[in-house]
Design a binder for this molecule. Structure first.
Ligand SMILES: Cc1cc2nc3c(=O)[nH]c(=O)nc-3n(C[C@H](O)[C@H](O)[C@H](O)COP(=O)(O)O)c2cc1C
Length: 490
């Protein structure tokens, strides 16, 4: 990658409204009035979230909700993807991912957040009897969902009760009633680890659930950041300045001063309610409807004319969530591999078809026996990948690992399945995995296996491996220049 991308990296917005102004300048924002939360907004999500260049849509005048209470869909598509991560140019997804890695991950810095006395999030405060989360336009996203989901574009802030560090994690939230929402924290995630500690102490867990706000903070809420690190301090590092945070009036937990909506309250150690079913990122209702912890909402804070952000998973086929995760998680895993001492990693791509979670391509310049298996194993189980990874395909660097067809071509043509595939067993799975057998799910054994597919030319006879007839870049350029006209009008 060139220095140009590094020097150009600059995040030019501080909050969702600043981001929206920039997205509007790019001509990529559409307004829709009068759509309902019962069905219309979910239908709009089905229509636009899979398109690479779909618009950002802001819904207003949603029946039953106060005028000005808006819902925003589709931050990460079109040219605004680059702007969102701080790049002015129209980069390809791979250039964006590698530029992001170089600019922000190669020499990461944490900038601790700053506590300020007040901020726009306190423009409206409701406590006690006035708490009513049903006034926000939480949609029913998919036809078989068990209720309204207010928390999809969300992250929740908690504090480790023993070690004191803060965490921000994206955990979905269903509206149960005016004063309570669900909080689904899968085992192993940092929010769940905090909750286990509170439970052992028999104490309620204080939570600040942020609904809508700075896109980067939300992305980091849903991205794996090492144990003990506060995601919003990472975001401060990306911006080169501290996040401005206020403290909740009930719990004292910090949250962004410019957040759109924050629900503050407690998750009680022994209180659960039936949550779901919810159409999940695996394209199934695997988690079903079951008991999950509940956030008792003691205070609501929101800006005037607040904007709820919706990031629903759209099931089969790439969606918004897969698009930004592919760009960011691929960069994280590439950085993880490099730091683990794996040399010669050319590309990592967390393919959108696997929700950028479960199917990753890695290309390497092979330089010693076992190199491909080393790269595949670490790519499967490093910090950025361990949760719910399923298939890792390692290819030589003459294959474009970001291109699904090229990756599968190499996998098909350069492997002998019985020798080229090996398995890791007992690895960390998600409750959203539809292939998790019922007995294992019932036991709470959320583990599965990962296939490492070595689709590199076998190292010890790579020089005798038949050459490929894929044209060189020069031949391809010549072919297009001379005969590209034959495709014109196609
Ligand atoms: C939109 C969105 C919704 C998510 N929903 C959940 C969820 O309901 N439960 C969960 O455990 N993880 C969920 N995740 C994944 C976690 O947020 C992610 O793995 C994150 O890194 C976990 O936080 P932690 O790194 O602090 O452990 C979601 C991610 C996104 C982006």
């Amino acid at each position: 990658m060139t220095d140009r991308k590094n020097s150009a990296a600059h995040i030019a917005y501080d909050d969702l409204r600043g981001w929206l102004t920039l997205a509007e300048r790019l001509g990529e924002v559409r307004a829709v009035k009068g759509a309902n939360w019962q069905e219309d907004i979910g239908l709009a999500a089905e229509a636009i979230l899979r398109a690479e260049n779909g618009p950002c849509v802001v819904f207003d005048e949603i029946p039953g909700c106060p005028k000005g209470f808006r819902l925003l869909l589709n931050m990460f598509a079109g040219v605004r993807r680059n702007m969102t991560l701080g790049f002015p140019d129209a980069l390809s997804k791979w250039e964006l991912s590698d530029g992001y890695r170089e600019a922000y991950l190669a020499n990461p810095k944490l900038i601790p957040h700053e506590i300020v006395p007040t901020g726009p999030v306190f423009e409206n405060v409701q406590t006690g009897d006035n708490v009513d989360v049903t006034k926000f336009p939480a949609p029913i996203w998919h036809e078989k969902d068990g209720g309204r989901y207010i928390g999809t574009g969300t992250y929740s802030i908690t504090r480790d009760p023993e070690e004191g560090w803060l965490n921000a994690g994206a955990y979905r939230a269903q509206v149960h009633d005016a004063k309570s929402v669900g909080m689904v924290m899968a085992a192993g995630h940092h929010g769940a680890q905090h909750f286990e500690k509170y439970k052992k102490r028999g104490e309620p867990m204080p939570v600040a659930m942020v609904l809508g706000g700075d896109p980067l903070s939300f992305f980091y809420g849903g991205l794996e950041v090492p144990y003990g690190t506060f995601e919003l301090d990472v975001v401060g590092g990306l911006r080169g300045k501290p996040m401005q945070m206020v403290q909740g009036k009930i719990t004292g937990l910090p949250f962004p001063a410019a957040a759109e909506i924050v629900l503050e309250g407690y998750v009680l150690p022994d209180k659960t309610r039936i949550e779901g079913p919810f159409g999940e990122w695996t394209g199934h209702y695997a988690g079903g409807a079951k008991e999950w912890p509940v956030l008792d909402v003691r205070a609501i804070y929101h800006r005037n004319d607040p904007i709820l952000v919706g990031v629903p998973p759209m099931g089969a086929g790439p969606d918004e969530m897969a698009r930004y995760r592919a760009v960011m998680r691929s960069a994280t895993i590439k950085e993880n591999l490099t730091r683990a001492g794996v040399p010669g990693v050319a590309q990592v791509w967390c393919h959108e078809i696997g929700a950028a979670r479960s199917f990753h391509g890695v290309s390497i310049k092979q330089s010693y026996p076992g190199h491909a298996v080393q790269a595949g194993t670490i790519a499967a189980q490093c910090g950025g990948s361990a949760y719910a990874s399923k298939y890792i395909v390692v290819v030589d660097d003459d294959v474009d690992a970001t291109n699904l067809e090229h990756l599968l071509w190499a996998m098909i043509m350069r492997t002998d399945p019985v020798d080229s595939i090996q398995f890791l067993k007992g690895t960390w799975d998600s409750p959203a995995d539809p292939a998790l057998p019922p007995d294992r799910r019932a036991r709470g054994d959320m583990t599965h296996s990962v296939a490492i597919i070595n689709a590199c030319k076998p190292y010890h006879w790579r020089d005798k491996f038949p050459p490929s007839n894929t044209p060189s870049a020069e031949v391809m350029q010549k072919a297009r220049a001379k005969f590209g006209w034959l495709l014109e009008g196609e």
